[in-house]
Every structure is written in C-alpha cells, then in structure tokens.
Design a protein around this ligand. Structure first.
Ligand code: MLT
Length: 412
C-alpha cells in the first residue's frame, strides 16, 4: 500500500467551514422545524451584476460558434483581463503593475494555499492569529511545521497574536522569518492595516529578507480613501510582496470562480547555493504546469466588472453588504455586545459574553436563535472568546437574525 503524506495527520481538526456545516446539519436533523439563518461562511447571496452576466453570456455565445470557439487559453489568463486588472485595480490608484505580473486563477483560496509550494520546506512562517485557516493548514500539509500543541498551535509557526490591545494588528516579530502572511481587511477580525503599518511590514521584510504574502481579497470593502487597498501602494513593496485578489467577495464570484495573484518581477528568493532566483519565474513555472487557465466565459464575465456599468453595479453590491454589516454591528452593540470590524469589511468580530468558549457560544447561538456564525477559535488560539458574523445575506434575514439575538441572547 502507498505511504500517505504523514503531515496531513498533524492537522488538528477538519477544515473549519465543513466542520460548521457538519454541526449545523446534525442540528437540523434534530430540529427539522428550525428556520436557520446562516452567517457563518462568508458566501455571497446577491446575484452576479447584470454587466457581468451580459459579458458571461457573450463569452458562452462565442463558444457556440466555430469562428469564435476557444480551446485552451493562456495559463496565466487572457491578456484582455490582465490589462483591465492592471489599469483599474492598480494604475487607477497610482500603482504600476504590468499585466505580465498578474496570474489569473480560479480562487484566492487556491492561490493562498498553493503559493507556499515554491518556497523551501525549511522556511519559517509567521501568521497573524487569528487567521484565515488556509495559510496554516497548507503549510502543515507541506511539512513545514511540527505537531500542534494543546492550544492548537503548530510547532515552527510563529503566531502573531492580534488582540483588542493591539487593535487586532500583528506586531513585527522580534526574529527574522522567511514568509509572512498578512490579510487586510482582515479575515476574520474585519480590521484594516493602515499605510504606516504596512510600511513597517515592508521595512521589516526588506531588513530580514522575508516575503510578504498579502491577502487583499476584501479590499473592495475599504471605503476610506486614506487606507491602502494594495500593498503596492507602499514604496518598496514590489521587492518583497505577493498580493492575492479575488472577484468572489467583490463581484459575487464565489460560485463562478475567478481571482488573481500579482508577482512583481523584482521579487526574488534564494536557492540553496545562495543565488537570487526570480519568484515570478518560479510561480509562472508552477502555474503553467499545474493549471490550464480559468474558463474563457468566466474571464469574460470578470472583464464585465470593469465596464462603467459593471463598476457601478459592483459598488452597489458592496454597499448592500456594508449596510448589512452596519445593521449587525449596531444591532449587536445595542444588545450589549462589544463588536469590532464591520466598517471596512463584511465581517463583524464580537466578544463572546461571559466565560463561554467560542464553540460554546456557537452552540448557544444556534440553539437559542437558530443563527449560525463562526467560532473565533476556529481561526487560531487568539480567536478564542470571539465570534465572527458575516454580512453576506439577504436584508430581511440579517434583520431577523439581529432581532432574534437582541430578544433571546442579549449580552447584557
Ligand atoms: C470565509 O468565510 O472565511 C471565507 O468565505 C472562506 C473563503 O473565502 O474561502
């Protein structure tokens, strides 16, 4: 029999969201009449914007005729989409990104999970805690960690606690690391890094030779023009950072799948002989070997995001979800909860009242209000005692969830 990859057996639990789904299903089986409101996984509920649908349909129509049919596309993504991304997501904010530095993919989750493959198994990894579980779990799978301890912390990972005291922003490590995962707006805490905070990270990375893996999947939710939406708005970031973006939360692509990663030409790593190696070339080699490109109609659909109508429709989608976030935040505060995030992010991060653990609160909320959220400890040990509610949902369901919490589970 084939030997398995033993590192998988170090994973301390099932992946967070399937685990929540499993518990919710068990609850539903015993409570068939319960009207559940799911604010757990951050999955969008509004349909794709009309400009996106139109472009999608045009792409499908092209596949129906021999003159316009497309087979394999460029693995890196069609140039028409990469040019639109470079112009609209970067040049419009004064950031020069060449379309050649953009790799289109089927999701930021896959990109965040796959990127570690091109780095040595010996790399020391730093992550914010709490954090999107994909960053850690994929490093565990790759064998970059030891086993986890009682708190769920893996050996060889540097956890950077994000607490109320530090405004949920990780502090620079005392020691040098090789890879740093940052996420802003942050999943799960909903907080955003300022320009100064990112500049400190860029300086740190330059100083110790680290590479920053910057997850900006929620950048579209930043409404304050003074806050950075890309790490490349910071001088010097091209030398040290890779950025992840997604159409999922921006334009409703969670079921359609399209994202991209930016790997600047300047970024290098070291091989075992101590020579500089282009990270762009390594990623290009990996991407073209293991991926055959996002489907043509989906890339056309993504291009629809950048039409004038598309931009306006996407903005109104974001405003819709952010109004939900306001209702959640203010409604919970009125019920006595201490709430963070939810201003430049669809996620509200609330303190669990009393001494309950995050999972105990998950069960309490489910039992008493039939509302599903995400326990903070599922994002790491520093998430214990917190709970995440997502603003992705239909308006009346969000209002209903808050009404139920206020009536049945007020914090004070
Ligand atoms: C979340 O709820 O954290 C996200 O939806 C998960 C994801 O984007 O993969």
């Amino acid at each position: 029999m084939a030997r398995i990859n033993d590192h998988y057996q170090k994973l301390s639990a099932g992946y967070l969201f399937p685990e929540i789904a499993r518990r919710v299903q068990a609850f539903s089986q015993e409570n068939a009449e319960a009207d559940l409101i799911k604010l757990g996984i951050g999955d969008v509920t509004r349909p794709l914007p009309p400009a996106v649908i139109e472009a999608f349909q045009d792409g499908v129509a092209e596949m129906a005729s021999v003159e316009t049919f497309r087979g394999y596309g460029p693995e890196q993504g069609h140039l028409f989409l990469r040019e639109l991304i470079a112009a609209n997501d970067y040049a419009s904010r004064g950031v020069a990104i060449d379309p050649d530095e953009i790799f289109v993919s089927d999701g930021a989750k896959c990109d965040c999970g796959n990127i570690q493959e091109i780095f040595s198994v010996d790399c020391r990894v730093a992550v914010a805690d709490p954090v999107y579980p994909v960053y850690i779990d994929t490093n565990v799978m790759a064998g970059r960690t030891g086993p986890s301890d009682d708190r769920g912390c893996y050996e060889n990972i540097l956890y950077m606690p994000c607490t109320e005291e530090n405004g949920f922003q990780p502090e620079l490590p005392d020691a040098a690391v090789d890879l740093v995962y940052l996420c802003s707006p942050n999943n799960p805490t909903g907080t955003v890094a300022t320009r100064e905070q990112l500049a400190a990270w860029v300086a740190y990375a330059k100083d110790c030779g680290a590479t920053i893996l910057y997850d900006a999947a929620y950048e579209a939710y930043i409404s304050d023009p003074g806050l950075p939406r890309s790490i490349y708005e910071i001088d010097g970031a091209r030398d040290v950072a890779i950025e992840f973006r997604s159409f999922s939360k921006t334009a409703g692509f969670t079921g359609t799948r399209c994202a991209f990663i930016v790997v600047p030409r300047e970024l290098t790593g070291k091989n075992s002989a101590g020579e500089d190696v282009s990270i762009h070339e390594l990623w290009s080699r990996r991407h073209s070997t293991k991926f055959n490109g996002v489907s043509y109609p989906v890339q056309r659909a993504a291009a629809g995001v950048y039409t004038e109508e598309g931009k306006a429709q996407v903005l109104s989608l974001i405003e819709f979800y952010m109004e939900n976030a306001r209702i959640i935040r203010e409604g919970l505060q009125a019920a006595g909860y201490s709430v963070h995030g939810g201003i430049h992010s669809p996620y509200s991060w609330l303190r669990v009242p009393g001494n309950a653990t995050s999972w105990e609160f998950f069960d309490l909320l489910l039992d008493s209000t039939h509302v599903v959220g995400t326990p903070g400890s599922g994002f790491g040990p520093s998430g214990e005692g917190y709970f995440r509610l997502s603003a992705f949902g239909e308006r009346e369901r969000i209002q209903e969830a808050i009404t139920r919490i206020q009536a049945k589970l007020p914090a004070s």
